[in-house]
Design a protein around this ligand. Sequence first.
Ligand code: SF4
Ligand code: SF4
Length: 156
Amino acid sequence: MVFTCRQCGSCCMYLGDYIVIERQTGPFTFECCSVSTDTTFTAEVDPDKRHLFPDTTFPERHPSACRFLRPDGDLVRCTIHRDSPAQCKFYRCTVMRVTDPSGKPVGTVTGTLALHSDNPALRKVWEVVERLRPGPDADAERWIAVFLQERGYRVD
Ligand code: SF4
Ligand code: SF4
């Protein structure tokens, strides 16, 4: 289960108050603060995204979004991917996509190991997962995948 970010931008749409630009120091360089950890960092817009950054239509339309987010065709991308804070780099919105034995997608599991599903059968199985699984770490992730697979679910 390797998480692949689809670059949809959803997770960054309300982070404008958390990733704050304190000062612009050059055409593409900024002194910033990651408010949740109270850490400052220097960010330079990635060279391959400099053609996207100057168009401010997106941040003007989405005032709550992180100031570094920009649309790029069908994607909505972080323009400081190289310099973004650790919590951005390691964020995983979804760690599992669950498909039932008939091949129907029935739910997703978030990076915090919470189930998003309106499928009654899977929700019932999840009640058992919640009771039995080990602590919230990589072991738990593997344990949950095996538990679901043993009950006929496919886990990607
Ligand atoms: S981490 Fe998830 S929500 Fe955020 S951009 Fe990637 S796919 Fe979208
Ligand atoms: S720095 Fe990049 S990854 Fe982090 S919130 Fe902003 S756009 Fe998203």
